[in-house]
Ligand binder design. Sequence first.
Ligand code: HT7
Ligand code: ZN
Length: 876
Amino acid sequence: GQIVHLADYRPTDFVLERVDLTFELDPQATRLESRLIFHRREGVDASAPLVLDGDELVLTELRLDQNEMPASQYDLSPDQLVIRDLPGSEPFEVTVITTINPEANTQLMGLYRTNGVYCTQCEAEGFRRITYFPDRPDVLAPYTVTIIADKAANPVLLSNGNFLGGGNYDEGRHFAAWFDPFPKPSYLFALVAGDLGVVEDTFITMSEREVALKIYVEHGKEDRAAYAMDALKRSMKWDEEVFGREYDLNIFMIVAVSDFNMGAMENKGLNVFNDKYVLADPETATDQDYANIEAIIAHEYFHNWTGNRITCRDWFQLCLKEGLTVYRDHEFSADQRSRAVKRIAEVRHLKAEQFQEDGGPLAHPVRPTAYREINNFYTTTVYEKGSEVTRMIATILGKDGFKKGMDLYFERHDGEAATVEDFVKSFEDANSVDLKQFSLWYHQAGTPLVTASGIYDAVAKTFTLSLEQMIPATPGQSTKQPMHIPLSYALIQDNGALLDAPKVSGGQVTGDVLHLTEKAQVFVFENVPTRPVLSLNRSFSAPINLDFKQSTEDLVRIARHDTDLFARWQALTDLALPNLLQAAKDAREGKAISCDPVFISTLLEAAADEALEPAFRAQALALPSEADIARELGSNIDPDAIHKGRQAILKAIAESGQSVFERLFNTMKPEGAFSPDAASAGKRALRNSALGYLAYVTGGTERAAKAFADADNMTDMVQALTVLAHRFPEDAATAEALATFVKRFENNPLVLDKWFALQATIPGGDTLNRVNALMEHPLYVATNPNRVRSLVGSLAFANPTAFNRADGEGYRLLGAQVTQIDPRNPQLAARLLTAMRSWRALDASRADHARAALLEIDRAPKLSTDVRDLIERMLK
Ligand code: HT7
Ligand code: ZN
């Protein structure tokens, strides 16, 4: 694991012109003949050798222009092949024959087998586990792929591009040939072969070309791919309408597999998906599952332009495709569903994950400058903060300016491997603006803290807003420059109306956006008739922490009157937080816990407000999580006190609002047959939120048990079961419901994942025993990433009281899992380990236990680069 530096980037010495691959598939001994046409790049020294990457490879044969290469002409190791004495400027052909064992590939990188299906995952550096190759994203070429395999076992043979043809071969084998005319880097290569069912449809593009759409799933699961197909067609249409992007091949395929390290992969024309993000029906998928499927289908499809047609020059530019594509999938979901509710969910996720990462030892810029293991940089900072940075460009330039910049980016860089600088320059040139200061968002890590204070002068009728920004130090970056922070604002008057376009001085203002560009800046608003209430960072226009001390009355005014629903939700959250923080403090000190009745009544008013969409009301009722409260506290965290305090607040709300919750529970049932649309999902969310609150008042168990028995869809069933398990873990009704559930769904792995996850998230230290027992359960599959994430991942990421048990047992459990999984699947092990990234913020005793667990992992005889890299950064 050498450290790779952005500053060391230089193009390859040889240009790859064409790739021709022939696979003869065999579970243990797949033969690959790879023919590569290269020429020496102009100006490159004639003595420069060709260097190809490999990873644990076995070379069978090597030829130059069809002749066996003498051993004296190359140096070989499992991870590199260096060939000397190559031609000056004319093209030459290198043939590399490797033998691969897909069955033995437990890392799920390269060519592997999942449930009897051959499948590949090449991003970031998996192709080098298939053959020796210049395995870097700036080497682009058209690929021809021929797959030969046993016909009975593998009727389906797929690769990227358009289908050329196929037919029978020898000894019961058949073949298929594919050609992808769009030059692509190796990380976008894919091959799938096996016995799969298929769901087919077509899409007519904006220029009236017909595209065949195919979703491949395990036999018997075809009916569960309908929603994914619908989401795909909507994504294709949306990208044409909103970004002017048309699909380019005559076929688009998706394959759902059950063993996958991440969500999905955007291989050209052949996306491979974790089946969790394809398969859905009302009986087995929750509303959240449907929303995830829609978002991930869209995300991978959108990569066809942002990632595939224009790819990344090097892996430091990962946000160029990921941040931008997340922004695109967020906008898609916002257009398909409720924009405000979507924004609230995004911000909740951003704060829970990215703000946490940005405030800890793994903080890094959106565009990093060094890495030891690229797999560890598929982070929430690159993805979600990268998306927020793109969103800010749109906010700063406006809709039209953003569109002009995107169009120029596509025009200039189609077919290229580009950089973040290329991207920013497209916006600068298309709009004649300078985004130099703005670009700091790509280069400076850490969540900016903006401190705000306002004074109203009743005589001068002015409102003066003082803003100051501070960007905290992060690993490797001790000092920071002030950034360009776009802050959407409104001034709300006594009567609840927004002050229309007030005159403002003190800095650049465009529409409702204040541009904070100095370290400290004062904006003065004129002709303000009465003391206004300032609503700041509306829609979360900038990914910052805001320190703005506002009175309860002011927050209530925002919560009631802002026209930006996000800001109303934010105000409710700001009302909740001091109560939750005080409750945690009181719980820790053994004092009685109380809650401000004004907060409770404002929250209940929103919950009961028929003018508001149910999904919004459900979001309002979902108070800041225990992790949110911990992040607010920042240090000396005692998860037990936070939990206890929050529970007391929930109970107080439930008692005050019992009649509201009963009404919601009784009335918020969508009519008619199940539909996964956003409005119906919103009703279910609000009704289930009410069920959750009602668990704190008399009759809670019975009500939840009845809701479980009555449930006619997976959303309601899982919600009721969660209420039972989390609030009444020892009750006989809970044991019975858990048993009923597992019996009913024992043959459905994705539903079983839910059963494991909801038990792993039962609050309290006893859950560690439960998790240990569940690891021995016959249905627990330690080699399946989804199952491991549902049990171990849920415990570590979503159960603060159990994972942070005061005796340190949670950290030891995770440590043991990490060291056990690492030799088999380093990516999975490393992901799980990131659950400990905020260990220094814990109270002293827990932090000691956490450090000891990390040191224990550190002492393991052999660690992957993935885990080693994280451990070293976390212990630094
Ligand atoms: N671009 C894809 C990333 C991905 C990945 C990365 C490393 C190892 C395995 C992986 N599977 C998928 C997914 C995406 O962002 O669309
Ligand atoms: Zn992506």
